[in-house]
Design a protein around this ligand. Sequence first.
Ligand code: SAH
Length: 307
Amino acid sequence: TQQRDGVDQTDNYTDAGPVRVKKPSFKKETAKDSKTSPLHTTEVPETNRKRRATEVPPVKTPKDAENETDVNEDTTGQSDSQGTLDRSSILRQKMEARLKSARFRQINEMLYTTTGEEARRMFQKDPGAFQVYHQGFSAQVEKWPVNPVDKIITWLKRRPASEVVADFGCGDAKVARSVKNRVHSFDLVAVNKHVTVCDITKVPLDDETVDVAVFCLALMGTNISDFLREANRVLKLGGVLKIAEVTSRFENINGFIRGLALFGFKLVSKDLSNSHFVMFEFTKISEPKTSRGSAGLELRPCLYKKR
Ligand code: SAH
């Protein structure tokens, strides 16, 4: 049943997901150690010992990887000139990483369980939250074998540079920074000059002015149907809707495709070959056929487990 677009056929990633890299853990200090070793210790992290032939490195399933986060968890600590580690720095960094990670999970959950308008108000009150969110988001996606935004960029580069692109929920506007096309980049907060701040239910573009609308991991919130109505409004007839979404968010991929039909989009191709995300290409064939709320179009939130 799998259809693939031309771009995706060049990739050949396994579905095994990223290999777990064991975090350094330190041998407990014995009474003897504490007498002889100063606070700056040269103990060797467990990761440095040789793996016995019979030990199999643990492999994360894609599911594990999606649902876990160790955002910014840096356990390397501070080193002195000999490269030795300071225990209190390590502890402090671990605590800070845990707090950041908890904050990331909280903001992430909020983004998936509220409307864009509520999210916008939250970021307005607390602009630092957006940075925490994006650090966490990037740390998560960097662990994936492929970042979907890079696939979208590769795909766009093979299309005419004259096409106008709208990047809905653009984050740091990597698309705009990577292609020659005119790209309108929209998000709730502007982290750089490419981003126009707005709720993607109402973007400042005229009707039928866009050739390609991109949603890369951006169908967040409880009102994704409003995002898709807006994409339909700004897209020209025959324009392309490109969607990348986390695989585990779909209860039923064909149901999602049928749902998109109600918003005037016909499937061109779907690519299920990536371990963490699904990529779709649709084309606009009509105005939305429904004005009814979400028209049953829902995705599961993408929540991350506490480690
Ligand atoms: N597309 C980017 C960022 C993905 S993260 C990339 O792949 O790298 C999802 C982004 O969607 C976040 O930056 C979030 O702020 C944005 N977003 C979610 N709901 C939004 C809304 N209602 N209006 C504008 N941006 C929204």
